[in-house]
Design a protein around this ligand. Structure first.
Ligand code: HEM
Ligand SMILES: *[C@@H]1O[C@H](CO)[C@@H](O)[C@H](O)[C@H]1NC(C)=O
Ligand SMILES: *[C@@H]1O[C@H](CO)[C@@H](O)[C@H](O)[C@H]1NC(C)=O
Ligand SMILES: *[C@@H]1O[C@H](CO)[C@@H](O)[C@H](O)[C@H]1NC(C)=O
Length: 510
Protein backbone atom coordinates (compact mmCIF):
# COMPACT_ATOMS: atom_id res chain seq x y z
CA UNK A 1 0.00 0.00 0.00
CA UNK A 2 1.30 3.43 -0.90
CA UNK A 3 1.19 6.16 1.68
CA UNK A 4 1.51 9.48 0.04
CA UNK A 5 1.80 12.43 2.34
CA UNK A 6 -0.40 15.21 1.13
CA UNK A 7 -1.34 18.52 2.67
CA UNK A 8 -4.88 17.30 3.05
CA UNK A 9 -3.56 14.27 4.96
CA UNK A 10 -6.29 11.98 6.15
CA UNK A 11 -8.81 11.84 3.28
CA UNK A 12 -6.10 11.10 0.72
CA UNK A 13 -4.73 8.18 2.74
CA UNK A 14 -8.20 6.74 3.20
CA UNK A 15 -8.82 6.81 -0.50
CA UNK A 16 -5.67 4.76 -1.05
CA UNK A 17 -6.82 2.23 1.56
CA UNK A 18 -10.24 1.83 0.04
CA UNK A 19 -8.99 1.57 -3.49
CA UNK A 20 -6.47 -1.13 -2.52
CA UNK A 21 -9.20 -3.05 -0.75
CA UNK A 22 -11.29 -2.89 -3.90
CA UNK A 23 -8.34 -3.99 -5.97
CA UNK A 24 -7.89 -7.07 -3.75
CA UNK A 25 -11.58 -7.86 -4.02
CA UNK A 26 -11.59 -7.57 -7.76
CA UNK A 27 -8.55 -9.72 -8.32
CA UNK A 28 -10.07 -12.29 -6.04
CA UNK A 29 -13.23 -12.28 -8.06
CA UNK A 30 -11.61 -12.81 -11.42
CA UNK A 31 -9.27 -15.19 -9.65
CA UNK A 32 -6.03 -16.64 -10.95
CA UNK A 33 -5.70 -19.77 -12.95
CA UNK A 34 -4.47 -22.02 -10.13
CA UNK A 35 -7.26 -21.12 -7.81
CA UNK A 36 -9.90 -21.57 -10.49
CA UNK A 37 -8.73 -25.06 -11.40
CA UNK A 38 -8.70 -26.15 -7.77
CA UNK A 39 -12.30 -25.20 -7.26
CA UNK A 40 -15.13 -27.31 -8.45
CA UNK A 41 -18.29 -25.80 -9.83
CA UNK A 42 -20.21 -26.16 -6.57
CA UNK A 43 -17.71 -24.22 -4.50
CA UNK A 44 -17.77 -21.49 -7.12
CA UNK A 45 -21.56 -21.27 -6.97
CA UNK A 46 -21.34 -21.12 -3.17
CA UNK A 47 -18.80 -18.34 -3.14
CA UNK A 48 -19.98 -16.18 -6.06
CA UNK A 49 -22.99 -14.57 -4.31
CA UNK A 50 -20.69 -13.52 -1.47
CA UNK A 51 -18.36 -11.91 -3.92
CA UNK A 52 -21.23 -10.07 -5.51
CA UNK A 53 -22.61 -8.95 -2.15
CA UNK A 54 -19.12 -7.89 -1.07
CA UNK A 55 -18.55 -5.93 -4.26
CA UNK A 56 -21.92 -4.21 -3.93
CA UNK A 57 -21.17 -3.24 -0.34
CA UNK A 58 -17.74 -1.91 -1.24
CA UNK A 59 -19.04 0.07 -4.22
CA UNK A 60 -21.93 1.50 -2.17
CA UNK A 61 -19.45 2.47 0.51
CA UNK A 62 -17.19 4.22 -1.97
CA UNK A 63 -20.03 6.12 -3.64
CA UNK A 64 -21.39 7.18 -0.25
CA UNK A 65 -17.94 8.23 0.91
CA UNK A 66 -17.28 10.36 -2.16
CA UNK A 67 -20.64 12.08 -1.97
CA UNK A 68 -20.07 12.88 1.69
CA UNK A 69 -16.70 14.39 0.97
CA UNK A 70 -18.29 16.44 -1.82
CA UNK A 71 -21.12 17.55 0.49
CA UNK A 72 -18.68 18.66 3.18
CA UNK A 73 -16.65 20.52 0.59
CA UNK A 74 -19.80 22.20 -0.75
CA UNK A 75 -20.87 23.17 2.75
CA UNK A 76 -17.64 25.12 3.19
CA UNK A 77 -17.65 26.70 -0.24
CA UNK A 78 -19.07 30.19 -0.57
CA UNK A 79 -22.38 29.91 -2.45
CA UNK A 80 -22.36 31.72 -5.76
CA UNK A 81 -22.32 31.75 -9.53
CA UNK A 82 -20.59 29.23 -11.77
CA UNK A 83 -18.46 30.88 -14.39
CA UNK A 84 -19.78 31.26 -17.89
CA UNK A 85 -16.33 30.71 -19.38
CA UNK A 86 -12.78 30.42 -18.05
CA UNK A 87 -11.64 33.73 -19.49
CA UNK A 88 -14.77 35.83 -19.05
CA UNK A 89 -16.07 34.35 -15.80
CA UNK A 90 -19.32 36.17 -15.02
CA UNK A 91 -18.35 39.36 -16.88
CA UNK A 92 -21.17 38.98 -19.45
CA UNK A 93 -23.67 38.89 -16.61
CA UNK A 94 -22.03 41.87 -14.92
CA UNK A 95 -22.15 43.85 -18.14
CA UNK A 96 -25.82 42.89 -18.60
CA UNK A 97 -26.59 44.10 -15.06
CA UNK A 98 -25.25 47.52 -16.11
CA UNK A 99 -22.89 48.14 -13.18
CA UNK A 100 -20.90 46.31 -10.56
CA UNK A 101 -23.35 47.57 -7.93
CA UNK A 102 -26.44 46.29 -9.80
CA UNK A 103 -24.71 42.96 -10.41
CA UNK A 104 -23.86 42.62 -6.72
CA UNK A 105 -27.47 43.41 -5.82
CA UNK A 106 -28.61 40.48 -7.97
CA UNK A 107 -25.85 38.24 -6.64
CA UNK A 108 -26.69 38.87 -2.98
CA UNK A 109 -30.44 38.62 -3.58
CA UNK A 110 -29.82 35.14 -4.97
CA UNK A 111 -27.07 33.81 -2.67
CA UNK A 112 -27.23 35.78 0.58
CA UNK A 113 -24.81 38.14 2.30
CA UNK A 114 -21.63 36.19 1.46
CA UNK A 115 -21.52 35.19 -2.20
CA UNK A 116 -18.94 34.26 -4.81
CA UNK A 117 -18.56 35.03 -8.50
CA UNK A 118 -15.92 35.20 -11.21
CA UNK A 119 -14.63 38.64 -12.15
CA UNK A 120 -13.17 37.57 -15.47
CA UNK A 121 -10.78 34.72 -14.70
CA UNK A 122 -10.66 35.78 -11.04
CA UNK A 123 -12.64 34.04 -8.29
CA UNK A 124 -14.05 36.73 -5.97
CA UNK A 125 -16.19 36.86 -2.87
CA UNK A 126 -18.57 39.71 -2.11
CA UNK A 127 -20.01 40.60 1.29
CA UNK A 128 -22.76 43.11 2.02
CA UNK A 129 -23.49 43.01 5.75
CA UNK A 130 -22.13 44.51 8.92
CA UNK A 131 -21.48 41.08 10.49
CA UNK A 132 -19.39 39.89 7.55
CA UNK A 133 -17.54 43.22 7.34
CA UNK A 134 -16.61 42.87 10.99
CA UNK A 135 -15.40 39.32 10.47
CA UNK A 136 -13.19 40.18 7.55
CA UNK A 137 -11.86 43.68 7.61
CA UNK A 138 -9.61 44.26 10.59
CA UNK A 139 -5.96 44.47 9.69
CA UNK A 140 -6.66 43.84 5.98
CA UNK A 141 -4.98 46.77 4.29
CA UNK A 142 -4.16 45.51 0.84
CA UNK A 143 -6.06 46.11 -2.40
CA UNK A 144 -6.45 43.43 -5.09
CA UNK A 145 -4.28 44.78 -7.92
CA UNK A 146 -5.88 42.60 -10.59
CA UNK A 147 -9.35 43.98 -9.90
CA UNK A 148 -8.18 47.59 -9.93
CA UNK A 149 -5.81 47.01 -12.86
CA UNK A 150 -7.71 49.30 -15.31
CA UNK A 151 -7.04 52.22 -12.96
CA UNK A 152 -3.41 51.99 -14.02
CA UNK A 153 -4.31 53.77 -17.25
CA UNK A 154 -6.35 56.36 -15.42
CA UNK A 155 -4.15 57.36 -12.49
CA UNK A 156 -0.80 55.65 -13.10
CA UNK A 157 0.64 52.31 -12.06
CA UNK A 158 2.22 53.73 -8.89
CA UNK A 159 -0.94 55.45 -7.60
CA UNK A 160 -2.41 54.75 -4.16
CA UNK A 161 -4.49 51.79 -5.38
CA UNK A 162 -1.32 49.83 -6.16
CA UNK A 163 0.71 50.72 -3.06
CA UNK A 164 2.89 47.70 -2.17
CA UNK A 165 1.99 46.30 1.23
CA UNK A 166 5.35 47.35 2.65
CA UNK A 167 4.67 51.01 1.76
CA UNK A 168 1.09 51.33 2.98
CA UNK A 169 1.96 52.80 6.38
CA UNK A 170 4.61 55.24 5.11
CA UNK A 171 2.34 56.61 2.41
CA UNK A 172 -0.67 56.71 4.67
CA UNK A 173 1.36 58.74 7.12
CA UNK A 174 1.68 61.46 4.47
CA UNK A 175 -2.02 61.30 3.58
CA UNK A 176 -2.84 61.66 7.28
CA UNK A 177 -0.62 64.71 7.61
CA UNK A 178 -2.37 66.23 4.60
CA UNK A 179 -5.92 65.37 5.61
CA UNK A 180 -6.17 64.95 9.39
CA UNK A 181 -3.66 67.35 10.90
CA UNK A 182 -5.59 70.25 12.45
CA UNK A 183 -3.37 72.81 10.74
CA UNK A 184 -4.00 71.22 7.33
CA UNK A 185 -7.74 71.02 7.93
CA UNK A 186 -7.86 74.69 8.92
CA UNK A 187 -6.08 75.58 5.73
CA UNK A 188 -8.36 73.40 3.60
CA UNK A 189 -11.32 75.06 5.25
CA UNK A 190 -10.14 78.55 4.37
CA UNK A 191 -9.67 77.37 0.80
CA UNK A 192 -13.22 76.01 0.64
CA UNK A 193 -14.62 79.24 2.03
CA UNK A 194 -12.74 81.35 -0.51
CA UNK A 195 -13.87 79.21 -3.44
CA UNK A 196 -17.44 79.13 -2.11
CA UNK A 197 -17.45 82.94 -1.90
CA UNK A 198 -16.28 83.02 -5.51
CA UNK A 199 -19.13 80.67 -6.45
CA UNK A 200 -21.59 82.90 -4.62
CA UNK A 201 -20.44 85.92 -6.62
CA UNK A 202 -21.36 84.11 -9.84
CA UNK A 203 -24.65 82.83 -8.47
CA UNK A 204 -25.67 86.32 -7.38
CA UNK A 205 -25.94 87.28 -11.03
CA UNK A 206 -28.37 84.48 -11.70
CA UNK A 207 -31.98 85.61 -11.99
CA UNK A 208 -35.01 83.64 -10.92
CA UNK A 209 -35.76 82.83 -14.56
CA UNK A 210 -32.35 81.29 -15.16
CA UNK A 211 -31.87 77.55 -15.20
CA UNK A 212 -28.75 76.54 -13.35
CA UNK A 213 -26.96 73.29 -14.28
CA UNK A 214 -26.11 71.75 -10.92
CA UNK A 215 -23.21 69.61 -12.12
CA UNK A 216 -21.48 72.65 -13.67
CA UNK A 217 -21.62 74.68 -10.49
CA UNK A 218 -20.62 71.79 -8.26
CA UNK A 219 -17.76 70.46 -10.33
CA UNK A 220 -16.30 73.92 -10.72
CA UNK A 221 -16.48 74.48 -6.95
CA UNK A 222 -15.11 70.99 -6.26
CA UNK A 223 -12.18 71.19 -8.66
CA UNK A 224 -11.04 74.59 -7.43
CA UNK A 225 -11.46 73.63 -3.78
CA UNK A 226 -9.53 70.37 -4.15
CA UNK A 227 -6.86 71.85 -6.44
CA UNK A 228 -6.09 74.82 -4.17
CA UNK A 229 -6.17 72.62 -1.06
CA UNK A 230 -3.66 70.18 -2.47
CA UNK A 231 -1.49 72.50 -4.54
CA UNK A 232 -1.89 75.98 -3.04
CA UNK A 233 -2.68 78.99 -5.18
CA UNK A 234 -1.75 77.97 -8.68
CA UNK A 235 -1.38 80.32 -11.60
CA UNK A 236 -3.41 77.97 -13.78
CA UNK A 237 -5.72 79.89 -16.08
CA UNK A 238 -9.46 79.17 -15.87
CA UNK A 239 -9.28 77.26 -19.14
CA UNK A 240 -6.87 74.73 -17.58
CA UNK A 241 -9.03 74.39 -14.49
CA UNK A 242 -12.00 73.74 -16.74
CA UNK A 243 -10.01 71.13 -18.60
CA UNK A 244 -9.16 69.37 -15.31
CA UNK A 245 -12.79 69.56 -14.25
CA UNK A 246 -14.03 68.02 -17.49
CA UNK A 247 -11.32 65.39 -17.58
CA UNK A 248 -12.10 64.42 -14.00
CA UNK A 249 -15.70 63.72 -15.00
CA UNK A 250 -14.94 62.05 -18.33
CA UNK A 251 -12.13 59.83 -17.03
CA UNK A 252 -13.79 58.85 -13.76
CA UNK A 253 -17.05 57.98 -15.47
CA UNK A 254 -15.12 55.56 -17.72
CA UNK A 255 -13.65 53.60 -14.81
CA UNK A 256 -16.69 51.38 -14.41
CA UNK A 257 -16.73 50.50 -18.09
CA UNK A 258 -13.04 49.63 -17.91
CA UNK A 259 -13.61 47.40 -14.91
CA UNK A 260 -16.33 45.51 -16.77
CA UNK A 261 -14.78 45.42 -20.24
CA UNK A 262 -11.07 45.35 -19.53
CA UNK A 263 -9.86 44.77 -23.07
CA UNK A 264 -10.78 47.79 -25.19
CA UNK A 265 -7.41 49.00 -26.52
CA UNK A 266 -8.99 52.01 -28.20
CA UNK A 267 -10.42 53.32 -24.95
CA UNK A 268 -7.19 52.67 -23.05
CA UNK A 269 -5.29 54.66 -25.66
CA UNK A 270 -7.74 57.53 -25.34
CA UNK A 271 -7.34 57.59 -21.59
CA UNK A 272 -3.56 57.40 -21.85
CA UNK A 273 -3.62 60.54 -23.97
CA UNK A 274 -5.80 62.35 -21.43
CA UNK A 275 -3.59 61.16 -18.61
CA UNK A 276 -0.47 62.43 -20.35
CA UNK A 277 -2.07 65.86 -20.76
CA UNK A 278 -2.88 65.93 -17.06
CA UNK A 279 0.60 64.74 -16.14
CA UNK A 280 2.09 67.59 -18.19
CA UNK A 281 -0.24 70.15 -16.71
CA UNK A 282 0.40 69.08 -13.12
CA UNK A 283 4.10 68.74 -13.89
CA UNK A 284 4.03 72.48 -14.62
CA UNK A 285 2.15 73.17 -11.39
CA UNK A 286 4.80 71.19 -9.53
CA UNK A 287 7.70 73.10 -11.16
CA UNK A 288 5.97 76.38 -10.33
CA UNK A 289 5.63 75.33 -6.74
CA UNK A 290 9.28 74.31 -6.56
CA UNK A 291 10.22 77.91 -7.29
CA UNK A 292 8.15 79.09 -4.33
CA UNK A 293 9.00 76.50 -1.71
CA UNK A 294 7.11 76.95 1.55
CA UNK A 295 8.32 76.73 5.15
CA UNK A 296 9.27 73.19 6.07
CA UNK A 297 6.40 72.85 8.56
CA UNK A 298 3.79 74.19 6.16
CA UNK A 299 3.72 71.49 3.53
CA UNK A 300 0.85 70.87 1.18
CA UNK A 301 0.18 67.59 -0.59
CA UNK A 302 2.09 68.84 -3.62
CA UNK A 303 5.18 69.48 -1.46
CA UNK A 304 5.20 65.83 -0.43
CA UNK A 305 5.19 64.99 -4.14
CA UNK A 306 8.09 67.36 -4.70
CA UNK A 307 10.00 65.72 -1.84
CA UNK A 308 9.40 62.30 -3.37
CA UNK A 309 7.38 61.04 -0.41
CA UNK A 310 4.39 60.23 -2.62
CA UNK A 311 4.29 59.86 -6.42
CA UNK A 312 2.77 62.37 -8.84
CA UNK A 313 0.19 59.66 -9.63
CA UNK A 314 -1.22 60.17 -6.16
CA UNK A 315 -1.73 63.87 -6.78
CA UNK A 316 -3.59 62.96 -9.99
CA UNK A 317 -5.72 60.40 -8.15
CA UNK A 318 -6.63 62.74 -5.30
CA UNK A 319 -7.38 65.59 -7.65
CA UNK A 320 -9.50 63.76 -10.23
CA UNK A 321 -11.24 61.30 -7.92
CA UNK A 322 -11.63 63.86 -5.13
CA UNK A 323 -13.27 66.36 -7.46
CA UNK A 324 -15.55 63.71 -8.95
CA UNK A 325 -16.70 62.34 -5.59
CA UNK A 326 -17.26 65.66 -3.85
CA UNK A 327 -18.98 67.29 -6.80
CA UNK A 328 -21.42 64.38 -7.09
CA UNK A 329 -21.99 64.32 -3.34
CA UNK A 330 -23.05 67.97 -3.64
CA UNK A 331 -25.23 67.35 -6.70
CA UNK A 332 -27.10 64.60 -4.88
CA UNK A 333 -27.43 66.73 -1.74
CA UNK A 334 -28.90 69.59 -3.76
CA UNK A 335 -31.26 67.18 -5.50
CA UNK A 336 -32.58 65.70 -2.25
CA UNK A 337 -32.91 69.15 -0.66
CA UNK A 338 -35.07 70.19 -3.62
CA UNK A 339 -37.20 67.05 -3.41
CA UNK A 340 -37.65 67.39 0.35
CA UNK A 341 -38.44 71.02 1.09
CA UNK A 342 -39.04 70.19 4.77
CA UNK A 343 -35.45 68.98 5.06
CA UNK A 344 -34.21 72.09 3.28
CA UNK A 345 -36.14 74.35 5.68
CA UNK A 346 -34.90 72.46 8.70
CA UNK A 347 -31.30 72.65 7.51
CA UNK A 348 -31.64 76.38 6.84
CA UNK A 349 -33.08 76.83 10.33
CA UNK A 350 -30.14 75.01 11.84
CA UNK A 351 -27.71 77.22 9.97
CA UNK A 352 -29.52 80.33 11.23
CA UNK A 353 -29.66 79.06 14.80
CA UNK A 354 -26.07 77.86 15.07
CA UNK A 355 -24.30 80.45 12.94
CA UNK A 356 -26.62 83.44 12.85
CA UNK A 357 -24.77 86.03 10.80
CA UNK A 358 -21.36 84.82 11.92
CA UNK A 359 -18.75 83.44 9.58
CA UNK A 360 -18.60 79.71 9.51
CA UNK A 361 -15.39 78.13 10.87
CA UNK A 362 -13.98 74.62 10.97
CA UNK A 363 -15.20 74.41 14.56
CA UNK A 364 -18.79 75.07 13.40
CA UNK A 365 -18.93 71.80 11.50
CA UNK A 366 -19.49 69.39 14.39
CA UNK A 367 -22.12 71.82 15.73
CA UNK A 368 -24.07 71.59 12.48
CA UNK A 369 -25.54 68.26 13.54
CA UNK A 370 -28.41 68.18 11.05
CA UNK A 371 -26.04 69.06 8.20
CA UNK A 372 -24.10 65.88 8.98
CA UNK A 373 -27.30 63.89 9.08
CA UNK A 374 -28.29 65.26 5.67
CA UNK A 375 -24.86 64.47 4.18
CA UNK A 376 -24.85 60.96 5.65
CA UNK A 377 -28.34 60.28 4.37
CA UNK A 378 -27.32 61.63 0.95
CA UNK A 379 -24.37 59.22 0.78
CA UNK A 380 -26.51 56.33 1.99
CA UNK A 381 -29.47 56.96 -0.29
CA UNK A 382 -27.36 57.56 -3.40
CA UNK A 383 -24.86 54.77 -2.62
CA UNK A 384 -22.28 57.39 -3.57
CA UNK A 385 -19.32 55.00 -3.44
CA UNK A 386 -21.03 51.63 -3.88
CA UNK A 387 -18.17 49.22 -3.17
CA UNK A 388 -14.54 48.83 -2.30
CA UNK A 389 -12.23 45.80 -2.37
CA UNK A 390 -9.49 44.25 -0.28
CA UNK A 391 -7.40 41.11 -0.36
CA UNK A 392 -5.86 38.97 2.37
CA UNK A 393 -2.83 36.75 1.79
CA UNK A 394 -4.02 33.80 3.86
CA UNK A 395 -7.32 31.87 3.87
CA UNK A 396 -10.15 32.97 6.14
CA UNK A 397 -13.67 32.07 7.21
CA UNK A 398 -16.52 34.35 6.19
CA UNK A 399 -20.05 33.60 7.37
CA UNK A 400 -18.89 30.02 8.07
CA UNK A 401 -17.52 29.54 4.55
CA UNK A 402 -13.91 29.04 3.57
CA UNK A 403 -12.34 31.81 1.50
CA UNK A 404 -8.98 30.80 -0.02
CA UNK A 405 -5.97 33.09 0.45
CA UNK A 406 -5.48 35.83 -2.18
CA UNK A 407 -9.21 35.95 -3.01
CA UNK A 408 -10.31 39.53 -3.74
CA UNK A 409 -13.15 40.39 -1.37
CA UNK A 410 -15.64 43.00 -2.53
CA UNK A 411 -17.22 45.03 0.26
CA UNK A 412 -20.62 46.07 -1.05
CA UNK A 413 -21.01 49.30 0.95
CA UNK A 414 -23.95 50.51 -1.14
CA UNK A 415 -25.94 47.35 -0.51
CA UNK A 416 -25.18 47.51 3.22
CA UNK A 417 -26.71 51.01 3.19
CA UNK A 418 -29.94 49.52 1.82
CA UNK A 419 -30.27 46.74 4.38
CA UNK A 420 -33.90 47.04 5.56
CA UNK A 421 -33.00 45.51 8.92
CA UNK A 422 -30.75 48.48 9.64
CA UNK A 423 -32.50 51.17 7.60
CA UNK A 424 -36.25 50.62 7.47
CA UNK A 425 -37.83 51.74 4.19
CA UNK A 426 -34.38 52.10 2.64
CA UNK A 427 -35.73 53.93 -0.44
CA UNK A 428 -36.93 56.82 1.69
CA UNK A 429 -34.70 59.89 2.08
CA UNK A 430 -34.82 60.58 5.81
CA UNK A 431 -31.94 62.35 7.60
CA UNK A 432 -33.52 61.48 10.96
CA UNK A 433 -32.07 58.00 10.58
CA UNK A 434 -28.81 59.62 11.63
CA UNK A 435 -30.10 61.47 14.67
CA UNK A 436 -27.99 60.80 17.76
CA UNK A 437 -30.60 58.45 19.25
CA UNK A 438 -31.01 56.45 16.04
CA UNK A 439 -27.28 56.24 15.34
CA UNK A 440 -26.74 54.75 18.78
CA UNK A 441 -28.97 51.84 17.78
CA UNK A 442 -26.76 50.95 14.80
CA UNK A 443 -24.02 48.40 15.23
CA UNK A 444 -20.48 49.49 14.29
CA UNK A 445 -19.80 49.20 10.53
CA UNK A 446 -23.53 49.29 9.68
CA UNK A 447 -22.89 52.49 7.73
CA UNK A 448 -19.48 52.92 6.15
CA UNK A 449 -19.68 55.51 3.35
CA UNK A 450 -15.92 56.15 3.60
CA UNK A 451 -14.84 52.55 4.09
CA UNK A 452 -13.27 50.83 7.05
CA UNK A 453 -11.19 52.11 9.98
CA UNK A 454 -7.45 51.86 9.46
CA UNK A 455 -4.90 52.73 6.83
CA UNK A 456 -7.15 52.11 3.84
CA UNK A 457 -10.14 54.18 4.90
CA UNK A 458 -10.91 57.16 2.68
CA UNK A 459 -8.40 59.73 3.93
CA UNK A 460 -10.71 62.54 2.89
CA UNK A 461 -13.73 61.87 5.12
CA UNK A 462 -13.37 65.00 7.29
CA UNK A 463 -12.18 66.93 4.26
CA UNK A 464 -15.34 65.97 2.34
CA UNK A 465 -17.68 66.87 5.19
CA UNK A 466 -16.03 70.27 5.50
CA UNK A 467 -15.98 70.77 1.74
CA UNK A 468 -19.67 69.93 1.31
CA UNK A 469 -20.80 71.81 4.44
CA UNK A 470 -19.16 75.05 3.32
CA UNK A 471 -20.85 74.85 -0.08
CA UNK A 472 -24.30 74.06 1.33
CA UNK A 473 -24.12 76.72 4.05
CA UNK A 474 -23.08 79.31 1.46
CA UNK A 475 -25.88 78.38 -0.91
CA UNK A 476 -28.69 77.93 1.62
CA UNK A 477 -27.94 81.14 3.49
CA UNK A 478 -28.52 83.06 0.29
CA UNK A 479 -31.06 81.08 -1.68
CA UNK A 480 -34.00 78.79 -1.53
CA UNK A 481 -33.29 76.12 -4.13
CA UNK A 482 -35.89 74.52 -6.33
CA UNK A 483 -35.83 72.29 -9.38
CA UNK A 484 -37.06 73.92 -12.58
CA UNK A 485 -39.40 70.98 -13.09
CA UNK A 486 -40.01 68.07 -10.73
CA UNK A 487 -37.32 65.71 -11.99
CA UNK A 488 -37.19 62.11 -10.86
CA UNK A 489 -33.48 61.54 -11.29
CA UNK A 490 -32.27 57.97 -11.42
CA UNK A 491 -28.84 57.05 -10.12
CA UNK A 492 -26.19 55.84 -12.53
CA UNK A 493 -24.06 53.48 -10.50
CA UNK A 494 -20.40 53.34 -11.32
CA UNK A 495 -17.15 53.55 -9.41
CA UNK A 496 -19.01 56.58 -8.02
CA UNK A 497 -22.80 56.90 -8.30
CA UNK A 498 -23.79 59.96 -10.29
CA UNK A 499 -27.16 61.45 -11.29
CA UNK A 500 -28.16 60.01 -14.67
CA UNK A 501 -29.30 63.41 -15.97
CA UNK A 502 -28.51 67.08 -15.37
CA UNK A 503 -30.39 68.57 -12.41
CA UNK A 504 -31.76 71.99 -13.38
CA UNK A 505 -32.13 74.48 -10.55
CA UNK A 506 -33.88 77.74 -9.87
CA UNK A 507 -32.33 79.93 -7.19
CA UNK A 508 -34.73 82.10 -5.18
CA UNK A 509 -33.00 84.85 -3.23
CA UNK A 510 -33.69 84.87 0.51
C1 HEM B 1 -17.21 62.77 -1.14
C2 HEM B 1 -17.28 61.72 -0.47
C3 HEM B 1 -16.33 60.57 -0.51
C4 HEM B 1 -16.69 59.29 -0.28
C5 HEM B 1 -18.09 58.79 0.03
C6 HEM B 1 -15.50 58.48 -0.37
C7 HEM B 1 -15.47 57.12 -0.19
C8 HEM B 1 -14.34 56.33 -0.24
C9 HEM B 1 -14.31 54.91 0.01
C10 HEM B 1 -15.50 54.05 0.35
C11 HEM B 1 -13.04 54.48 -0.14
C12 HEM B 1 -12.54 53.05 0.05
C13 HEM B 1 -12.13 52.89 1.49
C14 HEM B 1 -11.91 51.47 1.93
O1 HEM B 1 -11.50 50.61 1.13
O2 HEM B 1 -12.12 51.19 3.13
C15 HEM B 1 -12.27 55.64 -0.48
C16 HEM B 1 -10.92 55.62 -0.70
C17 HEM B 1 -10.22 56.69 -1.14
N1 HEM B 1 -10.68 58.00 -1.25
FE1 HEM B 1 -12.52 58.65 -0.89
N2 HEM B 1 -14.44 59.27 -0.68
C18 HEM B 1 -14.89 60.56 -0.77
C19 HEM B 1 -14.13 61.67 -1.05
C20 HEM B 1 -12.81 61.65 -1.37
C21 HEM B 1 -12.00 62.81 -1.69
C22 HEM B 1 -12.51 64.24 -1.69
C23 HEM B 1 -10.76 62.35 -1.97
C24 HEM B 1 -9.52 63.12 -2.35
C25 HEM B 1 -9.30 64.38 -2.13
C26 HEM B 1 -10.76 60.92 -1.80
C27 HEM B 1 -9.67 60.10 -1.98
C28 HEM B 1 -9.65 58.75 -1.73
C29 HEM B 1 -8.49 57.92 -1.93
C30 HEM B 1 -7.14 58.36 -2.45
C31 HEM B 1 -8.83 56.62 -1.55
C32 HEM B 1 -7.95 55.38 -1.57
C33 HEM B 1 -7.30 55.19 -0.23
C34 HEM B 1 -6.45 53.94 -0.16
O3 HEM B 1 -6.73 52.98 -0.85
O4 HEM B 1 -5.46 53.94 0.60
N3 HEM B 1 -12.02 60.52 -1.43
N4 HEM B 1 -13.08 56.76 -0.53
C1 LIG C 1 0.36 69.40 12.22
O1 LIG C 1 1.31 69.93 11.36
C2 LIG C 1 2.04 71.03 11.87
C3 LIG C 1 2.94 71.54 10.81
O2 LIG C 1 2.26 71.62 9.59
C4 LIG C 1 2.82 70.59 13.11
O3 LIG C 1 3.51 71.68 13.67
C5 LIG C 1 1.86 70.00 14.13
O4 LIG C 1 2.58 69.46 15.20
C6 LIG C 1 1.00 68.91 13.51
N1 LIG C 1 -0.04 68.54 14.44
C7 LIG C 1 -0.30 67.30 14.74
C8 LIG C 1 -1.42 67.08 15.69
O5 LIG C 1 0.29 66.35 14.26
C1 LIG D 1 -22.16 60.32 9.64
O1 LIG D 1 -21.39 59.23 9.20
C2 LIG D 1 -20.07 59.21 9.68
C3 LIG D 1 -19.35 58.10 8.96
O2 LIG D 1 -19.89 56.88 9.27
C4 LIG D 1 -20.08 59.07 11.18
O3 LIG D 1 -18.76 59.09 11.67
C5 LIG D 1 -20.86 60.21 11.79
O4 LIG D 1 -20.98 60.03 13.16
C6 LIG D 1 -22.23 60.29 11.15
N1 LIG D 1 -22.89 61.48 11.64
C7 LIG D 1 -24.15 61.48 12.00
C8 LIG D 1 -24.70 62.76 12.50
O5 LIG D 1 -24.82 60.49 11.92
C1 LIG E 1 -3.96 57.53 9.76
O1 LIG E 1 -5.17 57.95 10.33
C2 LIG E 1 -6.12 56.92 10.50
C3 LIG E 1 -7.42 57.52 10.94
O2 LIG E 1 -7.24 58.50 11.90
C4 LIG E 1 -5.58 55.89 11.49
O3 LIG E 1 -6.50 54.85 11.66
C5 LIG E 1 -4.28 55.34 10.93
O4 LIG E 1 -3.69 54.45 11.85
C6 LIG E 1 -3.31 56.46 10.62
N1 LIG E 1 -2.18 55.87 9.93
C7 LIG E 1 -0.92 56.32 10.03
C8 LIG E 1 0.10 55.56 9.28
O5 LIG E 1 -0.66 57.29 10.66
Amino acid sequence: MRRTMTEDGQPQVTITHTLSALHVQVSFETGNGVLKEAMDKETLMDVLPWFVVGAVIVITFIVEWFSRVAAIKRRYQVPGLNRESIKEGNLPRMVAAGSVHAFLEQLHAQFGPVASFWWGPRYCVSVCEQGAFEQYIFGVEHKPADIYQPLEHVFGSDCVFFTPESDVVARRNIYNISFYNQTSLERHFRCFQRVADEMLETLKHVTEDDHVATSDVMSSYAMKAVLYSLCGDTTLPDSDIRFLQQTSASICSLIEEMLLKPTSEERSALIRTEQEKIRDLLGDVVSDRKDHSPEADDKLFIDHVIDGEVPLSDLITYLLLGCYKTSNLLSWAVYYLCRHTDVQSKLHEEIQTILGDEHMTLASIPRLEYMQQVLNETMRRSALVPWTARVKAGPCLLGGYKVPGQTPVILALGIAGRNPEVFCEPEKFDPDRFSIENTQLQKPLSFVPFGFPGNRKCPADLFSFAHASVALVTILRNFRIKMVTEQDVKPMHGFVTIPSEEIWLTLLKR
